[in-house]
Design a protein around this ligand. Structure first.
Ligand SMILES: Cc1cc2nc3c(=O)[nH]c(=O)nc-3n(C[C@H](O)[C@H](O)[C@H](O)COP(=O)(O)O)c2cc1C
Length: 321
């Protein structure tokens, strides 16, 4: 890796231009760590509710634990209340993240419906207040992750981006969809280019990057400083190392599956780690065209040893070989 930073977020040097997206249920410490090792430039945590931070939710510790090797680490917060966000950010300072990111993109009803996540896009003045108060009170970069608007009739990505910048925000990640689109349709890369043209702070483009070639295409199309990859990295973290899934050998897949499982079991405990790993396993094996029975055999394995044994048996008898 180059010794020259690719770009800076505030004073924070960033090495590399691909980043694992924050993903609830996926971008936990084990997955972030392996993505980071392969080349993801920043570790964004799964989003955390400011209310939970203030109330001390028992699950929080797990969501916010990170390894030193993961740095730079961005904690992502969501809420609709500027004062709670400020108090939560101040409390999280004790964990020493490298930056704090405000989620303005979550489309699910229980978040956006109460004005948090993408719901904030309908209240630009609140976004200004949030960024002004957090950047004034904290000595670390405050960044934002947005969608391009609430719906097609209220696209306001450039307005929001300028508000973030004018109020001290250090970088903006843009998922090129509206809240109404959720995950449907195609991400609007033109809108990401518009944000890049509107602000001087780094812009991280996001949406529909599945192949290594898409990374270059998005950077060329939008001029963005880095590319954030979500769904395309699940079962395919090699994208951060510049390798497409079909280029990854069976031996590499086997090694990754077992290392990822082991990391999850040591992080969550043997039983929960195995259960939580199944969603990753399904994605690692999806290119192999296993039949239902074979998939079930693998995904219902009860121990890591069973899992490894089934994987090896399938490799002997199927297209895995
Ligand atoms: C399962 C899942 C969970 C997600 N959780 C979060 C989250 O916690 N915070 C966030 O900002 N975005 C979250 N997202 C959105 C992604 O970060 C990303 O913006 C979106 O998936 C588009 O990028 P992609 O096309 O590369 O997947 C989530 C997406 C998925 C699929």
């Amino acid at each position: 890796m180059s010794t020259e930073p690719s770009f800076h977020i505030g004073a924070l040097p960033i090495f590399g231009r691909t980043i694992l997206s924050p993903m609830d249920g996926f971008s936990d410490q084990p997955f972030r760590s392996l993505a980071r090792r392969l080349g993801s430039a920043i570790s964004y945590t799964e989003f955390v509710n400011a209310l939970d931070v203030l109330n001390g939710h028992p699950h929080l510790e797990r969501r916010l634990t990170f390894l030193a090797a993961e740095r730079p680490v961005a904690f992502q917060l969501f809420d609709d209340d500027p004062e709670r966000l400020l108090q939560a950010a101040l409390k999280l300072r004790a964990h020493e993240p490298d930056s704090i990111d405000i989620n303005m993109g979550c489309s699910v009803r229980c978040v956006s419906g109460r004005g948090a996540g993408a719901g904030l896009l309908r209240e630009p003045a609140k976004i200004a207040q949030i960024f002004h108060s957090l950047t004034s009170a904290l000595d670390l970069p405050i960044t934002g992750k947005i969608r391009i608007g609430w719906d097609e009739d209220s696209l306001n990505h450039t307005e929001i981006a300028k508000i973030i910048e004018d109020n001290g925000g250090a970088a903006i990640a843009v998922h090129g969809r509206t809240k109404s689109q959720a995950y449907r349709g195609q991400a609007n890369w033109d809108a990401i280019a518009e944000v890049k043209a509107a602000v001087k702070i780094p812009v991280i483009g996001n949406g529909d990057v599945r192949l290594v070639a898409d990374i270059g295409r998005m950077r060329e199309h939008t001029g963005c400083d880095a590319v954030m990859i979500g769904r395309g990295a699940i079962g395919n973290p090699w994208i951060f190392a510049g390798q497409d899934r079909h280029e990854v050998s069976e031996a590499q897949v086997r090694e990754m599956v077992l290392a990822h499982l082991q990391a999850m079991q040591s992080f969550y405990g043997a039983e929960l780690g195995l259960v939580l790993f199944r969603k990753h396993a399904a994605r690692y094996i999806s290119p192999y065209g296993l039949n239902e029975a074979e998939r079930a055999l693998l995904l219902t394995s009860q121990t890591a040893e069973d899992f490894a044994r089934v994987l090896d048996e399938l490799a002997m008898h199927s297209t895995l070989a």
